[in-house]
Design a protein around this ligand. Structure first.
Ligand code: G4F
Length: 334
């Protein structure tokens, strides 16, 4: 039960990387935290297991308007963070319509539900640097035009504009955070950073022999997810709703990520990395570099974790994870 001074936050996608870090942050600030998850026969809630007793979980679906309206009416949140989406870019070419349903129209469903059930709640939309795609300016700021290069990027651009439109049409407190790539030990294994650190750990422990990757020349502005959820929260603490770019202001190639990760465990990446055209995309985003000046000035936000720290943190976490798993497997055999 909430008391009068305690704020309530509702997070869609609470069992994702960002949702789990945001839930931890909000709990540490004394919030009542509720989260929306989709019903699934296989879904695990691994990332929120450690805080499961402290949060409320509701089943609803971005595809189902009435389920969202019901949860918003029941929870009566002060802040809503819409983090749920189909977020893996390659899948968006395989399932373009479903991607649009979740990642684009799903945002309208959330905004409509909020407008009807709790119009004074503050709303955060997870926009993405993928909207810049084939970039029209370097670095990318809030004023850089979008040129998305995937059905995912197109869907995120829709979600971004509908958030701006609901702010302007209905005076909702609706903000959009244009987040550049943000990673952590909780990142899904399909994304390139975690795929690399997972493989480096397994290769080091003798559990894997090679790492197959696609385009090593792609450049990304990679930061730490824990730093980025702080920016989400800060956006909703302002007096005026606005949109902000969140990035580090540094860009690195996939190759650099690979080199640092292998060097960290004393291995030569050239002996293990195989370039496989299977992982190339129909249209690539070659270069992303954020300009977070506005967020730094207005929100007082800055990233705390450097690129090197991020890579080594992820490698160390995967080494620990796989060393533990192999130990458990060995003890089962013995
Ligand atoms: O790690 P990625 O799959 O992330 P991507 O496509 O940049 O998208 C991520 O960041 C966005 C923010 O800009 C989010 F909106 C989105 O939801 C997601 O979190 O790929 C990064 C780069 C790409 O250029 C890709 O071509 O790595 C390159 N890459 C090279 N080999 C690979 C691989 N990517 C993956 N996933 N797997 C590879 O083997």
């Amino acid at each position: 039960m909430s008391n009068k001074t305690q704020k309530t936050a509702l997070i869609t996608g609470i069992n994702g990387q960002d949702g789990s870090y945001l839930a931890e942050l909000l709990l540490s600030k004394g919030y009542r935290v509720a989260g929306i998850v989709r019903r699934s026969s296989t879904e695990t809630q691994q990332r929120i297991e450690h805080i499961r007793s402290k949060i409320e979980i509701y089943q609803a679906d971005l595809l189902d308007q009435s389920s969202l309206a019901k949860v918003l009416a029941d929870v009566q949140p002060d802040e809503v963070y819409n983090l749920a989406a189909m977020s893996f870019v390659p899948t968006s070419w395989q399932q373009p319509v479903l991607t649009a349903e979740f990642t684009a129209v799903g945002v309208t469903r959330m905004l409509e539900a909020l407008r009807q059930s709790c119009p004074t709640a503050k709303f955060y939309q997870a926009s993405s640097s993928e909207m810049y795609g084939k970039v029209l300016e370097v670095p990318q700021s809030e004023n850089t035009p979008f040129y998305p290069r995937s059905p995912y990027g197109v869907a995120k651009a829709y979600g971004h504009y509908i958030t701006v439109n609901y702010r302007e049409s209905y005076s909702l407190f609706a903000c959009s955070g244009i987040l550049f790539n943000h990673e952590s030990p909780r990142r899904g294994l399909e994304f390139v950073t975690r795929k690399i650190t997972d493989a480096v750990a397994k290769i080091k422990l003798g559990l894997q022999s090679e790492l197959r990757l696609g385009n090593l020349d792609a450049r990304r502005d990679w930061g730490f997810a824990g730093d980025y959820v702080r920016a989400m929260w800060l956006m909703l603490q302002q007096d005026t709703a606005d949109d902000f770019v969140i990035g580090t202001g540094e860009t690195h190639t996939v190759r650099e990520f690979v080199e640092i990760a292998f060097n960290h465990v004393g291995l030569d990446h050239q002996k293990y990395v195989v370039v496989d055209p299977k992982f190339y995309r129909p249209a690539e985003v070659d270069l992303l570099l954020g300009n977070p000046t506005k967020a730094m000035k207005t929100l007082g936000w800055k990233p705390d974790v450097s690129f090197n720290q991020l890579v080594t943190m992820m490698v160390d976490a995967d080494l620990k994870l796989h060393a533990q798993t192999s130990k458990e497997n060995l003890s089962k055999v013995a």
